[in-house]
Design a protein around this ligand. Structure first.
Ligand code: ADP
Ligand code: UDP
Length: 236
């Protein structure tokens, strides 16, 4: 399997075609953006850390019966994944109030929910990823009713598996964003990444933030937080 042309360059990753039409290579960058693209920067070592954390978590999820796009890690920053057509929805699951949930609804961060919330945004940079509900997503034909039901059940299962996994590492899984895609045979799989860029992680004892909020909020210690996360996940 050989890397061929670059298909896409996003904010945090590049996607390359390969000589196998069903496989692509994702290459993780150190570039970071926040606040709807207004804030730009770089987090040294982030690409390699996110690549390794995401691959490790996808393999845990596979062992728990969740289908993912993961195929093989081929370098520090690069992974072979199944090529999918991305469902244009950002799927957000929350266990604890933070970020936009707190600001949108006027509550403080840190409220532990009785049950997780399931939230959808339209993945569309021009429209600034507007929040939408299931009937809006169906009306816009972003996915069928059946596909959304499957995505919801996969997202909540992923939450259960990861919440327990991170608690064991003394980390609270506060919230996270997932993307799903359809493979060439129509199967819905978890795609994109699961990393400190796309999740909120709080130390279970101190509530110290160990994720991209340190970059978003200019808190300092950004690289240290990413390094601490890979240390806890991979033990190095
Ligand atoms: P963005 O597009 O938001 O700037 P990234 O920089 O992370 O995000 O770019 C990666 C792109 O690759 C995203 O648009 C994502 O939806 C897409 N993608 C993720 N996994 C796959 C996959 N398995 N097949 C095809 N595209 C994927
Ligand atoms: N998130 C993401 N990409 C986005 C928007 C959100 O990965 O484009 C993640 C974010 O890291 C957090 C969760 O989704 O873990 C919920 O984010 P929120 O809606 O609070 O928005 P944010 O404050 O991150 O913009």
């Amino acid at each position: 399997m050989k890397k061929t042309v670059q298909m896409y360059e996003g904010k945090a990753k590049k996607v390359f075609a390969t000589d196998d039409p069903n496989l692509v290579i994702v290459s993780y960058k150190d570039d970071a953006t926040a606040l709807d693209g207004l804030k730009k920067g770089s987090i040294s070592g982030k690409g390699a850390i996110n690549n390794r954390i995401s691959n490790y978590l996808m393999q845990i999820l596979e062992k728990n019966g969740i289908k993912t796009h993961y195929v093989k890690e081929i370098s520090e920053n690069e992974t072979v994944v199944k090529k999918v057509s991305i469902v244009p929805l950002e799927v957000i699951v929350r266990n604890i109030s933070a970020g936009h949930f707190a600001s949108r609804y006027g509550v403080e961060e840190g409220i532990v929910f009785d049950e997780p919330t399931f939230e959808l945004s339209y993945k569309n940079d021009d429209l600034h990823d507007p929040l939408l509900n299931v009937s809006h997503a169906i009306a816009l034909k972003l996915a069928t009713k059946e596909e959304i039901a499957e995505i919801r059940s996969m997202a909540l299962k992923i939450n259960e598996v990861l919440k327990a996994y991170f608690l064991n590492l003394n980390i609270k899984l506060v919230d996270f964003k997932l993307e799903f895609g359809k493979t060439s045979n129509g199967e819905i799989v978890l795609a994109d990444e699961i990393s400190p860029d796309t999740c909120r992680f709080w130390d279970a004892a101190t509530n110290e933030k160990l994720d991209k909020d340190r970059f978003r909020r200019d808190m300092g210690g950004v690289e240290d937080a990413y390094n601490e996360m890979i240390r806890r996940v991979l033990g190095n």
